[in-house]
Design a binder for this molecule. Sequence first.
Ligand code: FMN
Length: 184
Amino acid sequence: MNLNDAIKTRHSVKKFTEKKPDWRDIIECIDAARYAPMAGANYSMKFILVSDSNSINKIAEAAQQDFIKKAQYVVVACSNPSRTINAYGKSGEVYARQQAGAAMQNFLLSITEHKLATCWIGHFTEETIKKEFDIPKDVNVEAVFPIGYEKEKKHTKKSPIDLDRILYFHVYDKKKMKKLSKPY
Ligand SMILES: Cc1cc2nc3c(=O)[nH]c(=O)nc-3n(C[C@H](O)[C@H](O)[C@H](O)COP(=O)(O)O)c2cc1C
């Protein structure tokens, strides 16, 4: 799958088949996260691959989202911002959150490429997840990703927001581009 197809076909899935994914495929998706940009090359991300059904049920309860219970695997994405904060102070806190997003998007695109399915889960009680997986206090739980194969393949992706609504030229809120020279 080329990058453009992966970007444009990625979508959230909340209904999974009974088929168990090969955990090695999930590891390859986590591997893709290593290639995300990190401020000062201080790598802050950690990923926990969870397969135990009791633990998966606890995640579903912490998120109050029952569909998670049907996933055969869940990836808990964490970030330890300490090195980034040591290097950049207060800005480091922001950088660590930003690079978590970059790493998780790499992960999602690789999930799409592997024909796996997931949904980014950001709503959960962080303390409950931390307790279940012995995650240290100063580590952030960024998101959890239930992984499976998509049950209803008839999904057609909604159109994204219009380009016109997110693009300005030269200054914020300016919709018109100045006449530019020809690109040759
Ligand atoms: C930061 C973040 C948090 C999210 N949290 C949840 C969540 O807790 N539960 C859920 O069902 N979807 C969650 N989503 C998925 C979004 O609802 C979904 O991406 C959005 O509806 C767009 O659909 P798409 O992913 O198919 O493009 C979250 C997405 C992001 C980026």
